[in-house]
Design a protein around this ligand. Structure first.
Ligand code: LMR
Length: 398
């Protein structure tokens, strides 16, 4: 008898699966615009110099590899909270907010999902349409019901009115997942005034926002990208924030993230965190220490922090430049207007507006890899091959 005879095969991951397909493609001119990792002018995903320096420091000074506690590294948590909520945050000074370290932003989302399932039973989670595809499967895996609010219209533009209209009908008490900046997959971000309007609806409907903050520093700047998060933290009694250091510290494989909880009182925060420690124990026991120690070391050293900010600014500027350059490269093909949105979108990703069929042709005929939804990782573009990329796009748009 085979115990596994009835185990069916599921399709590969819509994003990580592209990595395998790309690696297997023998075409030397292939281009990977799939998974969201930053690439430099040489096409490499470099280790930041500040990360190397922090690692060097840790090799020389760390004294133990014993377990960190259920909430992870307390120094990391304190410094990350300041990065996200601001060093002058009243929530921090009144012990109303704290971070639980998690394996990456995905770990933070899963911990939030398990918390909702266990402690807020019956609450649905509302996702933007479209959203990062793992949001849906992750909440479903935790047994949480998901639903969608509109975000991008059929003609590939941000539809704030449709979003707000839908938010007004979300049942009281449900959870609404918002992307703080660099919306994944579209790159379309809310303007400040839109955030104020969303906040009003959230208050009126007594929704619990869960803010996914995976790209701090990749949109308009480290502080600028945190404005909406801080607006919500200051104006709402309760809030969940998932933060990731994968992109802004380039620590992808080291899995560094956190679930930040803002609560109405220090005592209530302690109650919630006791649940998180319990849930985390059943998921990963205690989080991995190394990457979080790297982040804590960088953020705790003014010189390293200043250098890291320079590195972060350089990554952001390169992506923003590539956006403009691609629109320019598309101009001779008469496509600059059609793809003008590339220049206003923020962060790594661009919802190009290319159809699944055009994405398939880009891959089959030109070895250019995008996510099936038409999402392109702008950080994966090779600046030397912009004309080639523009020609490939033009050929599938013809
Ligand atoms: C992406 O969307 O490409 C990144 O967030 C990486 C991932 O885990 O999917």
């Amino acid at each position: 008898m085979s115990h596994f005879a009835h185990v069916p095969r599921v399709p590969g991951d819509p994003i990580l699966g592209l990595l395998d397909a790309f690696r297997a493609d023998p075409n030397p001119a292939k281009l990977d615009l799939g998974v969201g990792v930053y690439k430099d002018a040489q096409g490499l995903t470099p280790i930041l110099r500040t990360v190397k320096r922090a690692e060097q420091y840790l090799v020389e000074h760390e004294t133990t590899k014993s377990y960190v506690g259920g909430h992870g590294d307390a120094l990391f948590a304190a410094r990350l909270c300041e990065l996200v909520l601001g060093s002058d945050s009243r929530l921090l000074s009144s012990q109303r907010a704290d971070a639980s370290q998690t394996p990456g932003g995905t770990g933070a989302l899963r911990l939030a999902a398990d918390f909702i399932a266990r402690c807020l039973p019956g609450r649905g989670v509302w996702l933007s349409d479209p959203t990062w595809p793992i949001h849906e499967s992750l909440f479903a895996a935790a047994g949480v019901q998901v639903a969608y609010y509109p975000y991008v219209g059929a003609d590939n533009h941000l539809d704030v009115e449709a979003m707000l209209a839908a938010l007004q009908h979300i049942p009281h008490g449900d959870v609404v997942l918002l992307h703080a900046c660099c919306h994944n997959p579209t790159g379309f971000d809310l303007a400040w005034n839109d955030w104020l309007r969303v906040l009003e609806v959230v208050k009126r409907r007594e929704l619990l926002p869960l803010i996914d903050f995976a790209y701090q520093g990749f949109g308009d700047g480290l502080e600028e990208d945190a404005r909406a998060v801080r607006l919500f933290a200051e104006n709402l009694p309760e809030l969940l924030i998932t933060s990731s250091c994968s992109k802004n510290f380039g620590l992808y494989r080291d899995r560094v993230g956190a679930l930040i909880v803002c609560a109405g009182s220090a005592a209530k925060l302690a109650d919630v965190r006791s649940q998180l420690a319990f849930l985390a124990r059943n998921l990963w026991s205690t989080p991995p220490a190394h990457g979080a120690e790297v982040v804590a070391t960088i953020l705790g050293d003014p010189e390293l922090k200043a250098l890291w900010l320079e590195e972060l600014d350089a990554m952001r500027a390169r992506i923003a430049g590539l956006r403009l350059d691609l629109v320019d490269a598309l101009r001779p093909h008469g496509l600059a207007e059609r793809f003008a949105h590339l220049a206003i979108q923020r962060g790594m990703f661009s919802y190009t507006g290319l159809s699944p069929e055009q994405v398939r042709r880009l891959r089959d005929e030109h070895s250019v890899y995008l996510v099936g939804s038409g999402r392109a990782n702008m950080a994966g573009i090779d600046a030397q091959r912009l004309d080639e990329l523009a020609r490939a796009i033009a050929s599938v748009c013809a």
